[in-house]
Design a protein. Structure first.
Length: 157
């Protein structure tokens, strides 16, 4: 089985508009407060007439950093957090899973640049609408609701 070595990685921080399924994805050396603020700036630039922009985030430490909090004081972004350990509520996690299915699963890249190019092509195709039909069912706001158990079965003895 072919394999390569190295520790190069691609860090992507992104946002997903749940109504239009449009995504913003930024590649950076690391994901911390500075790239997060840059992502927020791009979100604000994409919606220049919005008075307030609601953003839901997971509980990554950089969202609660001093720099991000200071930025949000004068920003149009209102940041809310998902409950801890609830990636199933975070629709961008579904987008990341779809991205992995398209780019990384069962694929070998001889060179890191080939991998990075495949990621960039994915996001280009995403913005061009190439995956619109796939994402229509994947990125929905419908969640399964588990019915309560009406009658408990007896435990085996």
């Amino acid at each position: 089985m072919p394999a390569n070595t190295g520790r190069e990685r691609v860090n992507i921080n992104g946002a997903l508009n749940i109504e239009t399924r449009e995504a913003i994805a930024l590649e950076s050396d690391t994901v911390n407060a500075q790239p997060t603020i840059e992502l927020f700036r791009q979100i604000e630039a994409q919606y220049p007439t919005a008075e307030t922009i609601g953003v839901f985030a997971d509980n990554a430490r950089y969202y609660r950093s001093k720099l991000v909090r200071e930025y949000l004081e004068t920003s149009r972004i209102k940041l809310d957090f998902f409950p801890p350990y609830s990636p199933n509520l975070n629709l961008i996690e579904r987008l990341w899973r779809f991205m992995h299915q398209q780019v990384t699963n069962n694929r070998y890249y001889e060179k890191f640049l080939g991998f990075r190019g495949a990621l960039r092509e994915f996001f280009f195709r995403l913005s061009a609408g190439d995956f619109a039909e796939d994402l229509k069912t994947l990125l929905t706001l419908k969640f399964d609701i588990v019915s309560p158990i009406k009658k408990r079965l007896p435990l085996p003895t």
